[in-house]
Design a protein around this ligand. Sequence first.
Ligand code: DAH
Length: 338
Amino acid sequence: MKDRINGMLAEVAQAELTSPEAVEAFRVAYLGRKGKIKDLMAAFKEVPGDQKRELGPMLNTLKQAVEQKVQDAQQATVVRPQASGEDATRPSGGVPLGTHHPLQVVRREIVDIFQNMGFAVAEGPEIEDDWHVFSGLNFPPEHPARDMQDTFFVERDPDILLRTHTSSVQVREMEHRDPPMRLIMPGRVFRNEAISARAHCMFHQIEGLYIDKGVSFADLKQTLLHFARCFFGPDTDIRLRPSYFPFTEPSAEVDVYWGLKTEVDKRITKGTGWLEILGCGMVDPNVLKASGIDPEVYSGFAFGMGIERITMLRYQIGDLRHFFENDRRFLDQFAGER
Ligand code: DAH
C-alpha cells in the first residue's frame, strides 16, 4: 500500500497536463467515482489498525496533491481570447451622437442673417397677459384671435394666456427700451388648432422690429429682400402684397419667387411660382404710443415669420407633425447640419 501511494505521488508530480481535455481525464482517473483515490480508500479500510496511523496521512497528502495538481492545471490551460491590444475595460457599444433639430438649424440661420445686419436677439415669456399679446398691439376687443377657439387661456379675468405670436415680445421690448432699436425675436407660440399635416397647436416664429427716426417702407422692403437673398439664394426675388394686421399700417405679406420648374413647384406654389413666407408692415402709431414711444418722432417696421413653414420649404418636408415627434428616422436625416 505504501509503495502504491508513493508510486502515485511520483506519477502525479510528473504528469504533464497541457490541455483542458488532459486535465479533465486526469481528474476523472484520480478523483472520479471509480478513480484511483477511491480504490485506495477502499483498500485502506481493509488494512490493520496499526498501519492506518501511518497510511492515513500519506493518503491525505496524495489526495491533496492530486487536487492541487488539477486546480493548477485548470488555471494554466484556461482558453483565453487572444489579447487584441484593445482596452477590455472600455464601455461597450458606441454612444450615438445627437443631431441638431431642423427647426433649430433654420432658426439659427435666420437669426444670424439679421444679426449681421445689426439686429440684437430678444426673447420673452410663453405665458403672457392680454396686454402684450393683444391690447398693446391694437387688437380691437372683439377680434376673433381673442376667442377661446384660437387661444389657450391659462386664467380668465384678468386673462393669462399662451402667446399666439411672438409679436408680444415687441411690446415688452418697446416698453423697456428707448429707440433706436433693432431686434430679432425667436420663440415658441401656441394656438388652439387641431393637429394635422399643415397645422399644430404649437409652433415657432421669428419676429423682427426696427424703430428709429425716419424708418421707411423702403427700409423694410430692402431689409427683407436682403434676408431672402441670403437665405434662399442671391437670385431670389420677392414681392409684397397688401394685407392687414392690427399692429401695422400699412401691412403686407411677402412672397418669394420659388419657380415653376417641377411638378412639386407647381403643387406647393399652387401654380403661381410664388410662396408666402412672412407678414410685415410699418408699426402702427397706436402701438408705438401704447408702449410709450412718440410716433411724431419715431417710426418703425416689424415682421413675423413661421420657422416651421420656412424649414418645410428648405428641406421639402411634407408633414408638420414630424417636427414634434422626435422620431430618430426623421431627425437623423439632419446629421451634419449646423
Ligand atoms: N404676428 C403675425 C402672425 O402671427 C405675424 C406678423 C405680421 C408679425 C406682421 C409682424 C408683422 O411683426 O408686422 O401671424
